[in-house]
Design a protein around this ligand. Structure first.
Ligand code: PGA
Length: 224
């Protein structure tokens, strides 16, 4: 399976998120070839909107096989008096995945490896699979995490994607578990995607900017 993960980051309001879901559903309904790839497990789609829109995605997961909902982070707290926190427990039964350790959170919100170890444990306890983002070999890969997104900071949102060969070379320097799902993120679009998809070493993408429009996201997904 090649995984295509949409990371909307902190974008869209309620109306825009609703419109995205409607358009995405319409486009997917018309694309029988892609539906077949979803059904036979060639392609998997994980959509990670801001937390207020997570449940808007639920109908899509019922309508199409191998379409999943992902959060962009979870709290390090389990539950209780932590006003404003979105806990893994509150996402149980709604989200199958959560992104953790995105460089934007490490850099802007001071998320350390220590904190991320706790968040990872909370996600796993709630039955939510972490998609752990690492920038290089210095970011810790925690036990029981198999889904790793390699995202070099210089490639994120810059239009300057890291060539596939360099991604594969870097992969060798990471302490990955044997059964790792290894995906790449950083300025992926329909033009940059093909060189990565050719390689068995890279199992998909984390897609930011190009996931904000259903059409530009699906232009990448159909290549899977
Ligand atoms: P980008 O973002 O595709 O806009 O470069 C990727 C990411 O940060 O996940």
């Amino acid at each position: 399976m090649k995984y295509f993960i949409a990371n909307w980051k902190a974008n869209k309001n309620y109306a825009e998120a609703t419109a995205w879901v409607t358009e995405f559903s319409d486009l997917l309904q018309k694309n029988t070839e892609l539906q077949t790839k979803l059904e036979n497990g060639t392609v998997g789609i994980i959509i990670c909107p801001p937390a207020p829109f997570l449940s808007l995605l639920q109908p899509l997961t019922k309508q199409f096989k191998n379409v999943f909902i992902g959060a962009q982070t979870v709290s390090d707290k389990e539950s209780g008096s932590f006003t404003g926190e979105v806990t893994a427990k509150s996402l149980e039964g709604l989200c199958s995945y959560t992104i953790l350790g995105h460089s934007e959170r490490r850099i802007n919100y001071g998320e350390t490896n220590e904190l991320l170890a706790v968040k990872t444990a909370q996600a796993l306890k709630a039955g939510i699979k972490p998609i752990l983002c690492v920038r290089d070999a210095s970011d810790t890969i925690f036990e029981n995490v198999t889904f790793i997104a390699f995202e070099p900071v210089s490639a994120i949102g810059t239009g300057s994607n890291m060539p596939a060969q360099e991604v594969i070379e870097t992969k060798k320097t990471l302490q990955l578990p044997q059964d790792a799902i290894f995906i790449y993120g950083g300025s992926v679009n329909a033009q940059t995607a093909p060189e990565y998809l050719q390689s068995d070493e890279i199992h998909g993408f984390l897609i930011g900017g190009a996931s904000l429009q259903p059409s530009s996201f699906l232009d990448i997904v159909v290549q899977g």
